[in-house]
Each structure stands twice: as C-alpha cells, then as structure tokens.
Design a protein around this ligand. Structure first.
Ligand SMILES: [Zn+2]
Length: 147
C-alpha cells in the first residue's frame, strides 16, 4: 500500500499530500479544517518526493496535468544502475586510465564497496573475467584488465 495520499481541500480545491495515518489538515488557502477521511483522494504516492511532484501536478491546469503525471511515472520506473553496469563502467573509466590497466586489488574492492557492491559479487565477477582471459594477476595483489 502506498504510504502517502494526495487529496483536495473540499472547500477551495487546493491539493495537498499527507501520510495515510494523518486525520486532519488545515487548508493554508482558505483555512478549512479538512477531514482527510472524507476528503476527495486524487491519487497515492510511494514517497514524499513523488507526493510533492503530484501535488504540483494537481495545481497546473488539467490540460497539462496528464503529461506531468506521465513524466513523474516515467522517472520513477527508471531503475538505478545495477551492479554489472557499475562494475563495467568502473573498469572502462577508472582502470583504463591507469598504467597498463593495473589496479591494486584492495583498492579495486574498496572503491566498488563504496558504490554498494559486495565482496562476494566482485570476487565472482573477477573470477568470470579471469576465466575469459580478460583479467590477469601480473603480481600478487594486482589486477590487470585486458580491454
Ligand atoms: Zn481550502
């Protein structure tokens, strides 16, 4: 269940958002004390950010509203970059700038850990690259990528 709802003041039509658990809200515009239970619910939101955008969308003329709501939905459905993308971009952008594509293994892990990738995942991916001949260990503790 989405935790936020977007509703309208019954008296003047100003849109607001609140948590589902909230009972009342005083309208800034007309001073009406809105009973949220009986207010007109416009839609629901997953986050405060989305709720704020939706409130703004309900303030613009109806003719433009659908377009804005569509944009909000699209920006929500964009998934954050996955591990593989982060990993591959890191090798392409960072490692390839180093001499002979060599990077200390500890540093490699450290930076990717900071990007939210776990040791297990990194190790598995390095093993895969090694098996394909795309990564070698020229000396202990150093990784060299063949690009
Ligand atoms: Zn009002």
């Amino acid at each position: 269940m989405k935790p936020f709802l977007i509703f309208m003041c019954q008296k003047c039509g100003t849109p607001y958002y609140c948590k589902r658990t909230q009972k009342t809200k005083t309208c800034f515009k007309c001073g009406h004390r809105i009973q949220i239970r009986s207010a007109r619910i416009l839609t629901y939101a997953d986050s405060v950010v989305e709720a704020r955008y939706l409130v703004e969308a309900y303030k613009v003329p109806e003719s433009r509203r659908d377009e804005i709501i569509q944009l909000i939905a699209e920006s929500k459905s964009k998934k954050p970059a996955n591990n593989k993308t982060i990993f591959e971009n890191f090798i392409r952008e960072q490692v390839s700038r180093r001499e002979k594509n060599i990077i200390p293994e500890t540093l490699f892990y450290q930076i990717l850990n900071e990007k939210g990738i776990t040791d297990d995942w990194i190790k598995q991916e390095l093993d895969r690259l090694a098996r394909m001949g795309l990564m070698i260990r020229p000396e202990k503790g150093k990784l060299q990528f063949i690009t």
